[in-house]
Design a protein around this ligand. Structure first.
Ligand code: AHR
Length: 564
């Protein structure tokens, strides 16, 4: 109860809770709370990106799902082949002439015969409505991430890449339907080009439906190649194309985070070096982005890529904090957490110069003039002004091996030499203490890394017992970014312990410069990590006590905190 009162009082009496800024006054024994103290940790875990914040409604839109994502999955997962009206044909997956080499799989729909829907004769055994209603044709349907949600009065933008493989053009209906086949909205288009082309149709919905599917039905005979089949609400956050779900994005905006860390978490360093999150794979036209497995057991389309992350940060006034791999993979790669986390693999040293250049290119892409190679790419994507990147994380709670240390040092020194204006954040393992913590801090302090990322998930009483942890930290070493922390659980006692602990972060503003609770999002029934800040489904969200505790501590700013 005492702690609950402490947290409540914090909410009610601090200027931060009131959104006010108080002028600094010279009080002995006072400290300034770090202006960037409280931000958000975003990782594509628990379907936070695809199927979550990213507003795309179609699942497996590019036919790139594979057993590497999930052993049961393949190129046609989440697609259903349909032949209403006794029509027939076939559906295959091809790779020989894709829309782009980065996006190799596509569907081939062969429409051999369009049948007819019989009338119900009213005989002794009437035919079911599924046979006597609707339109004959050959097609495919997709119900998204456990059904799509369509809203009355909202427009949905359908698009696809298609190529005509037969001599005669193919007519198609594109519709949103409920699971019983009732058409909510439809539009017609004709695929008539023999090279890959983008086809669009807008779909206006006049009633709410939380079990919507997209149906593509060819109604004339022929053969088609199809790829990147997309349904996006017109109404994304700030109306951005390829944008974010308005409700979830607004929720984050309302938290007024000082920064957003992305794309992880373990997602950053990946399940083996081939799965490391490479930022260049996630920018540019969607059909050119490189999709890959998500180490949390599903798939990353990279539709929510670096451009979208940076744009979102700008849209809500948060500083972007990209975390790049330190050229080593997660130590738990290949599921080796079961045998002591022996799965870390490193990029070969002869690839390090290219990798370092990739890190430097990110800074040029984010901040460079439009006349630079990478600044020009940013401008071509629609953002001529710099994104004002200030922080960059190198590594994510890596095992501090000689391979890590060697590569971290190479990257750190190259970035520091070329971009002294960027604050580099190092890493100190996955726990609050222990071998990687000690070694990580030693590496960081030897190199004079300005900020070090700490991670710990603990019981609430650990937070209470350790509330003075940072009072005793050295003041002349690197500063702390508490990049991932939470107490195990979403009960009130967890939130109160976290709130208490956060007062210790504020009190130590001279050593704790940033902090972010983790993980941020979890989709109901799609979770891989139990304690999360915000739960959501396709229609809405559920806020935890932990969320309210976090919200009490925002915004940060020029606040004086008495320590004695
Ligand atoms: O936040 C969930 C996971 O916890 C992160 O991906 C990882 O960095 C940590 O172990």
């Amino acid at each position: 109860m005492l702690f609950f009162l402490a947290a409540c009082l914090h909410c009610f009496i601090t200027p931060s809770a009131l959104g006010q800024s108080v002028k600094t006054v010279n009080i002995k024994n006072s400290k300034k709370i770090s202006a960037d103290l409280f931000g958000l940790f975003f990782e594509d875990i628990n379907y936070a990106a695809d199927g979550g914040l990213y507003a795309e409604q179609v699942q497996n839109r590019s036919f790139e799902y594979s057993p590497a994502d999930n052993r049961q999955w393949h190129s046609l997962s989440f697609w259903e082949y349909i032949t209403p009206g006794f029509s027939y044909g076939n559906l295959n997956v091809a790779t020989n002439a894709p829309v782009h080499a980065n996006n190799p799989h596509y569907a081939v729909l062969n429409i051999e015969h369009i049948g007819s829907v019989p009338e119900n004769t009213g005989g002794r055994q009437p035919l079911p409505a599924s046979i006597t209603t609707g339109r004959p044709g050959v097609g495919i349907k997709n119900s998204g991430f456990a059904n799509m949600v369509s809203k009355k009065g909202e427009q949905y933008n359908f698009s696809m890449f298609a190529k005509l493989l037969s001599a005669t053009p193919v007519d198609m209906y594109v519709s949103l339907q409920d699971t019983r086949g009732k058409v909510l909205t439809e539009n017609k288009l004709t695929v008539n080009k023999n090279e890959w082309s983008k086809y669009n149709a807008s779909l206006m919905v006049t009633e709410n439906c939380d079990s919507t599917q997209i149906v593509l039905l060819a109604v004339s005979e022929g053969k088609l190649a199809l790829d990147l089949i997309s349904v996006f609400p017109e109404n994304t956050f700030k109306k951005r194309q390829n944008g974010l779900r308005t409700d979830l994005a607004q929720l984050l905006a309302d938290m007024k985070p000082a920064f957003i860390r992305f794309p992880g978490g373990c997602l950053s360093h990946g399940d083996g070096v081939g799965n490391m999150y490479r930022w260049k794979n996630t920018i540019g036209p969607l059909e050119e982005r490189v999709e890959q497995k998500n180490l949390w057991g599903y798939h990353q389309t990279a539709g929510l890529g670096y451009y979208e992350y940076f744009q979102f940060c700008e849209d809500i006034g948060a500083k972007p904090l990209p975390v790049l791999p330190a050229a080593v993979s997660c130590q738990n790669s290949g599921g080796t957490w079961r045998i002591g986390g022996t799965g870390q693999r490193a990029l070969p040293l002869d690839e390090m110069q290219d990798y370092i250049q990739e890190v430097l290119d990110l800074i040029e892409w984010a901040n460079g003039a439009v006349t630079t190679t990478w600044g020009a790419k940013r401008a071509a994507a629609g953002h001529a002004a710099p994104f004002n990147l200030q922080y960059i994380g190198i590594g994510n709670e890596d095992k501090i091996t000689p391979e890590f240390e060697q590569r971290f040092k190479m990257i750190f020194e190259a970035v520091k030499a070329k971009h002294p204006e960027i604050t580099i954040i190092g890493t100190s393992g996955p726990f609050h203490s222990g071998e990687d913590y000690d070694k990580g801090w030693k590496v960081a302090n030897d190199l004079k890394v300005p900020v070090v990322d700490e991670h710990y998930y603990v019981q609430p009483d650990w937070l209470i017992k350790n509330q003075y942890r940072y009072d005793n930290y050295k003041r002349d070493a690197g500063k702390v970014y508490l990049g991932e922390y939470a107490s195990w659980g979403n009960r009130l006692e967890n939130a109160v312990a976290e709130a208490l602990y956060m007062t210790g972060l504020e009190r130590n503003g001279d050593v704790v410069s940033m902090a972010s609770y983790a993980p941020l999002f979890a989709k109901n029934n799609f979770t891989q990590w139990k304690t999360d800040m915000i739960f959501f489904d396709n229609s809405g969200y559920y806020l935890t006590p932990n969320y309210y505790a976090q919200k009490c501590f925002r915004p940060t700013g020029a606040i004086i905190m008495l320590i004695k």
